[in-house]
Write a protein that binds this ligand. Structure first.
Ligand code: SF4
Length: 229
């Protein structure tokens, strides 16, 4: 049976103080540490990887990505290839027909130079707008590219991050997707985007499950307004 948690009424929600956000960050750090892998500096690879991650697990995504990288010597080659060849390469990742067309369309839309390195030093809003204008690219994918590639202050909000943050009162219950991203980017401590995302995700996967959150053994229970009583 699902655990009953105390959902925060929307009207009672208030934006958390910086001190409270730091306290949550610190507690998560004590539990999960600081991610040792830093930003990888490959925005185009991250963009394609994120397309491949849709509706599949991490393993199948990675197999599809490695097959794509080993079959083509460069992103320019992927772009020039027939879509059917891209599809064959990424087949283990599932819904390969849709994803291959999406990858092709994105690479076409970027044009030349086929490079997103400029985003490292560009204004964040400019990079977000550019990415979100690419075919099939939304706010979460844009945040993945900016956060995982360069460590920029845009925190990807997936289902786990959204659930944990809402239960902890960091984000407004029922907020639309765009607001969740804007708000989490706003409250995340400087330089902590990657760490915050990774640790919130871990907590959602390991303890704060969707149907049966482990409030009884949760290290954040004392600071959580939603904990099951
Ligand atoms: S106490 Fe922990 S597990 Fe329970 S709702 Fe809060 S964060 Fe999730």
């Amino acid at each position: 049976m699902a655990t009953r948690i105390a959902t925060i009424p929307r009207k009672d929600w208030k934006r958390p103080s910086a001190r409270r956000v730091q306290a949550v960050r610190q507690r998560l750090r004590e539990l999960y540490g600081i991610p040792v892998i830093g930003p990888h500096g490959d925005p185009l690879g991250e963009l394609v990887l994120t397309v491949l991650s849709q509706s599949t697990n991490d393993r199948n995504r990675d197999v599809a990505f490695l097959r794509l990288r080993s079959r083509f010597a460069s992103w320019e080659e992927v772009r020039a290839a027939p879509v059917a060849e891209i599809e064959a390469a990424i087949r283990p990742g599932g819904i390969s027909k849709v994803k291959s067309q999406r990858i092709h369309d994105i690479l076409e839309a970027i044009g030349d130079p086929l490079d997103l390195e400029w985003m490292r030093d560009a204004p964040l809003a400019e990079s977000q707008a550019y990415l979100c204008a690419l075919p099939g690219v939304g706010r979460k994918t844009a945040a993945c590219v900016l956060c995982f590639s360069f460590g920029l202050p845009d925190v990807p909000v997936d289902t786990h991050v959204s659930r944990v943050c809402t239960r902890l009162g960091l984000l407004r219950p029922g907020a639309p997707f765009e607001e969740l991203h804007n708000e989490l980017a706003r409250i995340t401590p400087e330089g902590a985007a990657l760490e915050f995302h990774m640790n919130l995700l871990r907590h959602g996967r390991r303890t704060c499950h969707a149907r049966s959150p482990g409030c009884g053994g949760c290290a954040l229970a004392r600071m959580c307004p939603s904990r099951a009583i």
